[in-house]
Write a protein of this length. Sequence first.
Length: 598
Amino acid sequence: MRWPDRDFRTALAGLAFIVFWLGALLAGCAPAGEAPAAVVYSSASRTPAGRITATPFLPNAPTATASMTPVPQTGSARSADRASPAPQTGSAGSPDRARTAKPGIWIADYIPEQLRAGLDLPPGIDWSQAREDALVRLEVGGERPVGQWVFALAAPFPTVTGGVSSQDILRSWKGETAGPFAGQPLLMESRTAEIFTELWGEPAPGAVEALSSPELLGHAWEHRPSWAIVPFEYLEPRWKTLEVDGISPLRNDFDAQRYPLAVTFSVEGDPQAAEPFQALNFEETILANRQPEKLTNLLMTGVTALVRATAFTMERNGITYPAQDIGGVLTSADLTHVSNEIPFDPGCPPPNPSQADLRFCSDPAYIALLEEVGTDVIELTGDHFADRGPEAMRYTLDLYNQAGWLYYGGGYDRSDARQALLVEHNGNRIAFIGCNAKGGGYATASESQPGAVACDFDWMHREIGRLQGEGVLVIATFQHFEYYSYYPQPLQIEDFGGMAKAGAVIVSGSQSHQPQGMGFEGNTFMHYGLGNLFFDQYHFCTDNACDDAFIDRHVFYDGRYIGTELLTIRFVDYARSVWMTEEEQVELLDKVFRASGW
């Protein structure tokens, strides 16, 4: 971090379905290469929210996720050779038939493949070729839910619209022109279209465009603006998940009961014929493609520097004043990342908003602000960590250890500083690795001295590849050179791209004082600069660009990185920010997406 603007750049140039019938456990999973398998979600055995756990630096290779092998089948689940002859007498619902016929189950064509793939029937149950011949049916809706499938409303990532109402979707389905995607067909797989046709009736001509799953994302990007309905398990980073009625399945506070795109599947039919299925505990067991105990929300932030006018404002208005509007969201995350550039020093003088030199420190009391926002992970790659010398750095590291916070990108010596930080939450194994790209006096970590660590790209690329090979999701961050520009610069593009090609799933710039552009390298998300979290550049930059900033919500599920939500803030003074209005967010996203070449 530098004040004021100094351009150093020029100077350097599948899912599984498990059902009990007649007390027997039936299991299976999607073949390798398909979507992750669904498993039984039991409210009776629901575990508390996962704790953040530091992982040893050289962990053993990850244990393979438990899986089940699909039961080999010939033909479809409803093929003629699997079906029993239909009884010749009695109606589908008559008591006589229920007592004398071999119960048959019919499965609707639109049932997700992961629910169908492993299904095999115990003795006494047979397949039915036709719905009208079946005594028991597995289909949408009903009063005996055995499964719940969450679908996401998605758009290409560079979409400024953040959400729509369920009424917008329904009106579009019926052919009415309404909402931000008026006139654009809803993209989806044919099976998804069948499910929602059962719920909403036949769509109007041209209201839906059915594509295969591999075609959806590419087609959506090529035909922007566009929107799609996709199963939750098919989310990936280049999709932007849109809110529906203010609800997003990416968030920890997701409520499926209120979410319009959560679909239940039930076993329905003649009460007596359905009796063998009563071994299912419909109240406690739900088969789901979204299970909260597999979800991790990570919030990543930009520059924090509790100095100068920011610190002066904190002394006047209260230490936690800067977080009074945004703190609740920061604390709601499973992991909250803060890049604090400044050392704490018991001898730090009172803050001077007009301080001319660039040698900074923070009063140790200010750590209460980092506690207030729920800090879990501290990045130490910043330019100013060494401003008060080795003792202040060691003192600061001791404070972080006492608080139970994890750190990376700096440390007690170079070995400590270059070490990747590995954490595990809800089964997701995540590594943070970072460095200071400027080096020199900004990165003082050595064999005997503390500080930020200088970038050693050859070593970092190898380390990222090693971690990726062990099934770890790697996040690489920089204190890079600073540009007061929305546009990423050539050296940033080169260095960020190198981390992405090495295997990082996210590459994030912690140095920028104003928002910068983004990009993808395959499915790796690169954000060149987020802007300030806590720093006093209010009205400092051209066009007040430093008044705006991003907080990135990265979402991981079942060992995969599935997407990012861009949260936007705007400073109202030298210390405090508030959430942007919808209009302000659209304006910022438009600028940044254009700077990203989108």
